[in-house]
Design a protein around this ligand. Structure first.
Ligand code: FES
Ligand code: FES
Length: 159
């Protein structure tokens, strides 16, 4: 602790150490965006939409309702850890191939939820996929194409 109001924090984001001084009420989402991780989207900012999902210590995590102090020393991964324009991650490629992206606002969070799911369960049923993404709202796609894309990756199918 540095003084009564600010706390020193250090965590890793996409394998890079990030340090800062934060207020006790700072959320992980605001900390990430303040450190230029704008790929983590701010939607509802109250735990309802899933847009801000990151992977924290192996679990999909809503960064808007996680205090950055809880993330002290954690390993955080955002969607930028997945792939690049030249070499998309299989989930990113499947979202493109199955047209599971429209406006794209939900996509970073949806991809991280899908990644966390497949790390835990590499052959989920469609029901398990639906259950896993139930906290990630998408106003555009109707979800079927998203489920198709995640299922295709789990089965190793390319469109
Ligand atoms: S911005 Fe975090 S759940 Fe909506
Ligand atoms: S693609 Fe627009 S909200 Fe999901």
């Amino acid at each position: 602790m540095s003084n009564r109001e600010l706390y020193d924090i250090a965590l890793t984001v996409n394998d890079q150490e990030v340090k800062g001084r934060v207020k006790a009420e700072t959320t992980l989402l605001d900390f990430l965006r303040d450190n230029n991780f704008y790929e983590v989207k701010k939607g509802c900012d109250k735990g309802d939409c899933g847009a801000c999902t990151v992977i924290m210590d192996g679990k999909s995590t809503l960064s808007c309702i996680t205090s950055v102090l809880q993330a002290q020393g954690s390993k955080i991964y955002t969607v930028k850890s997945l792939g690049t324009w030249d070499k998309l991650h299989s989930l990113q490629q499947a979202f493109v191939d199955y047209e599971a992206v429209q406006c794209g606002f939900c996509t970073p969070g949806m991809l991280m939820t899908a990644k966390a799911l497949l790390e835990k369960n590499d052959h989920p049923s469609r029901e398990e996929i639906r259950e896993a993404i139930s906290g990630n709202l998408c106003r555009c796609t109707g979800y079927k194409k998203i489920v198709d894309a995640i299922e295709a990756v789990s089965k190793g199918v390319r469109k």
